[in-house]
Design a protein around this ligand. Sequence first.
Ligand code: FAD
Length: 397
Amino acid sequence: MVEVNDMYYAWSPNKEIAESGECGGAVTSILKFMLEEGIVDAVLAVKKGADIYDAVPTLITDPEKIIESAGSLHCGTLNMAKTVQKYLKGAEDMKIAVTTKPCDAMTMVELMKRKKINRDNIVMVGVNCGGTLPPVQAREMIEKYYELDPDMVVKEEITKGKLMIETADSEKEISIDELEEEGYGRRTNCRRCENNIPQMSDLALGNWGVIGPLAGKATFIEVFSDKGAEILDKAISAGALSVKDPVPKGIEIRATIDKAMVKLANKWQSKDFLEDGGEIMTTLNKYRNELDKCIKCYGCRESCPICYCAECTLETNGPEWLPKGELPPSPMFHMERLIHMVDSCTNCEQCEEVCPAEIPLARIWHEINSQLQETYGYNRGMDEQKPPLSYFTIPGK
Ligand code: FAD
């Protein structure tokens, strides 16, 4: 009987899935099993679009099509919570299994607290994440540092502190630290991220800690909820998933890598944030010149998975809410957005990715969010029961 906190090495008994999967296809097999058994109506996963730099969220209802989503897309910088909340009606009338990196899962939790996503209808199949790469910059980096044609890349993988890039006839590795010192490597928000194992998901799967003959061929699973335990139990009993107890050394290695990643994130935070841990107003003052670059395109609000108001108060007051020609633009738009959601910001960086003025939005929000976490002990995305610090509703919506 599977229970919460249990750990396994797992892989797919189906040869085709095992070969297509990133590390033995356990995730793909669990998703397929849930669809076949009617545990969920649909799966929201990510599949390769035009190339490995193009990660596309995809809703799958046919179990035979799940295999199309196998594999990890490290240039997949998307946030799955936005798709669930905005385009799938918050899973109001459909049971959905979603693959969740930690920032996806944390954002889902924040939206569940605000009743924008129906927790009862969601299964979060978590994938560990040590960070994602910005797709356009990744192409540039591959040309410049690996001297390879980015269009010829068939696989990219972060392993033992190195980014490995593979083409049909070559394989090259460069240390992530080296690349990041040069301004390449993982996205800046990912470098600062301390959440590598999505413990707020029902299950968390990743390659860390799989050692010995199963390395690369199996995935490490940790169970985080009764729902996750029940699903895993059923999948194993039905023969849809092969499992083995993890070796103690593997469990230890996984915890050690996680700790090292948290330490590295803290190093990046002290580099990016105010060194003496300032106050919110000090932070805003520091970034005033950056915020003044805002052209009020509202792209950050549109892409933010936490921005949940059915109607934005800034729009209802008229899109031209600032007098024409006023310079520099007032930071009030950002102030208002901060008040609405900064307590719940999960540092997913969707805002910064779309900002045409290249304002370091994720960094500002993350810095302020960290100060709130410290002051109020509110650890966003973790505890489903704890209410958010701020909540806005429009009556009748
Ligand atoms: P598969 O059966 O191949 O299934 C993988 C699933 O991941 C698919 O369902 C797919 O939809 C989903 N997926 C792919 N790309 C994304 C994405 N960008 N966002 C959301 N879902 C996605 N494990 C570690 O232990 N340490 C790490 O540092 C680490 N970093 C990762 C970084 C990224 C961006 C991703 C996506 C995964 C990472 N993993 C990491 C997890 C690991 O790569 C495998 O996904 C995991 O071991 C499961 O292997 P599998 O063969 O069972 O998965």
